[in-house]
Design a protein around this ligand. Structure first.
Ligand code: SAH
Ligand code: SF4
Ligand code: F3S
Length: 443
């Protein structure tokens, strides 16, 4: 049987696409391997969000070649956002590659591979076809995981001025309600208990129900919570600009929604938010957080920051530091701004020295890490609802799971508990993980 090897980088959208591509390859008759040297098909799913992520792709392709890790005659495929952005150029830059596919053409990969094998041609298809890729994918497999991603919308039409995603993933479109709910039911029937609804801007979801009526994101949350077996719901990513009162009400009504939310703010300065084309200001952000905390007083809020956007002054940066103090974010992601091809921000004047940007990033990360550590310390002695992911990475005698606020906790327990929710008392707070004791098993 022919074997395939797949390596995925980037966001949850890519992880989701890859898991569906794995299902499709297996359905087509391939076997997945973790050993690239025995793979007949090598697939690299890529991310273009920052320059570094993009450079990594070509470095990896040549490094595999340099180490002679490609099997003789292996078909090398590149997908994801770099493939979408670069198209034909990938073939020129990386002669070993013979298939280039995009986020919307994953369903065509097996056919493309077959054609390459039979004709020796090199193929590029990074189009955004009218017909949804979902129509051509087999039903999803949980592969033993208790948590699963489900894409509810594709693409993005927000055009934040720094961002490459609208160009690599195409215009926003929502999957219809029935398709999403069916997919979730297929997953819960396999033991999945936690559903992470994903999209670049989930709260602008506007899919159709079977009568052709539009369903909002808040309504979708109620539908998902109504599915038997769905015990925890997360969603990423939501944009503060269209975070409606109805979504906040869903947090009040639906205990299944995790007590944590990822709500990227990007910057604390109104001037910079405007230049970023984020369509909200700092007051709007604080208002959403305040209203969320009215219904969930102890909700954990994580975020994304871009530091050193073109024209960011010391004063702007202090506004970001001030926002961190005001909101008291939990663990967050932050990066120095990276100019991306064809985006409006790439043409903006950027006089801030790299050293200054690095200093700002360092200060910001120190403040954020401090707050995240403080939240972790406050969890000491508390009892947490934990979804058991598997055996602990460090110690196979222990289990590892995730709390509501997305922290990894390791504790002693029987492997039979993998895939279920348990209650764990937190006994120790380490830098990146927690330790605990199992106190109760949920039936
Ligand atoms: N759709 C999500 C974000 C998706 S991209 C949202 O709008 O919030 C994930 C994160 O990458 C962004 O939140 C942003 O912080 C970061 N990012 C995007 N483009 C970037 C760029 N050009 N330079 C640095 N960071 C960037
Ligand atoms: Fe990029 Fe903005 Fe769309 Fe997020 S909302 S993917 S940052 S354009
Ligand atoms: Fe990267 Fe594309 Fe996701 S650029 S962050 S893989 S949408």
């Amino acid at each position: 049987m022919n074997k395939f090897f797949i390596q995925t980088w980037g966001c949850q959208m890519n992880e989701y696409d890859s898991s569906r591509l794995i299902d499709l390859m297996i359905n087509t008759g391939y076997e997945q391997t973790e050993d690239i040297t025995e793979a007949d098909v090598v697939i690299l799913v890529t991310c273009a969000i920052r320059e570094k992520a993009q450079d990594k792709v070509f470095n990896q392709l040549f490094s595999w070649q340099h180490k002679k890790q490609y099997k003789e005659g292996a078909v090398i495929c590149v997908g994801g956002c770099v493939a979408s952005q670069e198209g034909e150029a990938v073939l020129k830059r990386a002669p070993m590659v013979s298939v280039v596919f995009g986020p919307q053409t994953i369903h065509r990969v097996p056919n493309m591979v077959e054609k390459v094998v039979s004709t020796g041609e090199r193929l590029v298809d990074v189009s955004f076809p009218e017909v949804e890729k979902f129509d051509f994918l087999p039903s999803p497999k949980s592969r033993g995981h208790a948590t699963a991603f489900v894409t509810i919308m594709e693409g993005c039409s927000n055009f934040c001025s720094y961002c490459v995603v609208p160009y690599t993933r195409g215009a926003e479109f929502s999957r219809n309600l029935r398709e999403i709910l069916d997919e979730i039911r297929t997953l819960t029937a396999q033991g999945v208990k936690e559903i992470n609804l994903i999209g670049q801007n989930v709260n602008s979801y506007n899919g159709k129900d079977e009568d052709g009526n539009t369903v909002t994101f808040a309504e979708l949350l109620y539908h998902v919570a109504g599915i038997e077996g769905v015990e925890r719901i997360r969603f990423t990513t939501s944009n503060p600009h269209d975070f409606t009162d109805e979504i906040i009400q869903a947090f009040a009504d639906l205990p299944q929604i995790a007590n944590a939310i990822h709500l990227p703010v990007q910057n604390g300065s109104d001037r910079i938010l405007k230049a970023m084309n984020r369509k909200y200001d700092r007051n709007r952000y604080i208002d959403v957080v305040t209203r969320l905390r009215q219904v969930r007083p102890d909700i954990y809020i994580s975020t994304d920051f871009i530091v050193g956007f073109p024209g960011e002054t010391d004063e702007d940066f202090e506004q970001t530091m001030d926002l961190i103090e005001t909101v008291k974010f939990d663990q967050s992601f932050s990066f120095i701004y990276s100019p991306r091809p064809n985006t409006p921000a790439a043409k903006m004047e950027d006089k801030t020295p790299l050293m200054t940007k690095k200093e700002r990033l360092y200060r910001l990360q120190a403040a954020i890490n401090n707050q995240a550590q403080q939240y972790s310390r406050e969890m000491l002695g508390s009892v947490q609802k934990v979804l058991v992911d598997g055996l602990s990475v460090r110690d196979a005698e222990e289990l590892s799971g995730r709390t509501d606020n997305n922290r990894t906790v390791n504790f002693k327990g029987s492997p039979e508990l993998i895939g279920s929710f348990v209650y764990v008392k937190i006994t120790d707070v380490l830098t990146h993980t927690l330790r605990g004791e199992l106190i109760e098993e949920q039936q």
